[in-house]
Design a protein around this ligand. Sequence first.
Ligand code: ACO
Length: 181
Amino acid sequence: SRRPSIYYRPINPNDLDRLEKIHRDIFPIKYESEFFQSVVNGVGIVSWAAVDRNRPGGYSDELIGFVTAKFVLAKESEIDDLICYGSSQGEETLIYILTLGVVETYRNHGIAMSLINGVIRYASGLSSCRGVYLHVIAYNNPAIRLYNRLMFRCVRRLKGFYLIKRQHFDAFLFVYFVNGS
Ligand code: ACO
């Protein structure tokens, strides 16, 4: 079989159906079609896709992984208390990761790690940005290992944060501080 050749690019409107399908397949939470529209049109959302340039059958540009995120004002975020405020007059921002996923056949190749590193690099390049943060459901060990390996800090356990099929689950809140925060 061919060796995968992973390439990272922005998400665009042609990715809509595939993006929706992967979210449906791998997340226990339902996302509204507005969310996917915002992602592919880049409205208030930043995102990156992974594709396999060597994938046969005309699928060399089809998403095999993605990360989606949005900007949040630090002072309006739930980690307001953890931010070092400087000279930016309260304009400090954070990047909140909404979803991260890699299709099953492409897991354990470091693709999620590269996607998150891309977000960290992007955040570090924005002088007003103080960090990258996210929630992860407490039983998701692969994702928790990933964030620990990337040196995110687990700063909170939120009791009953997720409601899935009428059952509550705790979440961990992970933060990666950038630009001296
Ligand atoms: N060779 C061998 N192993 C490797 C290589 C490599 N080249 N690169 C990385 N690995 C290992 C890592 O060390 C890691 O091992 P570990 O789990 O034993 O610690 C493992 O592969 C996974 O790391 P990655 O490859 O970087 O991650 P992957 O691309 O497999 O994606 C993810 C991880 C996103 C959690 C995936 O399992 C997934 O899509 N799960 C379902 C959706 C999900 O849970 N998303 C995250 C929810 S949290 C949120 O969205 C904010």
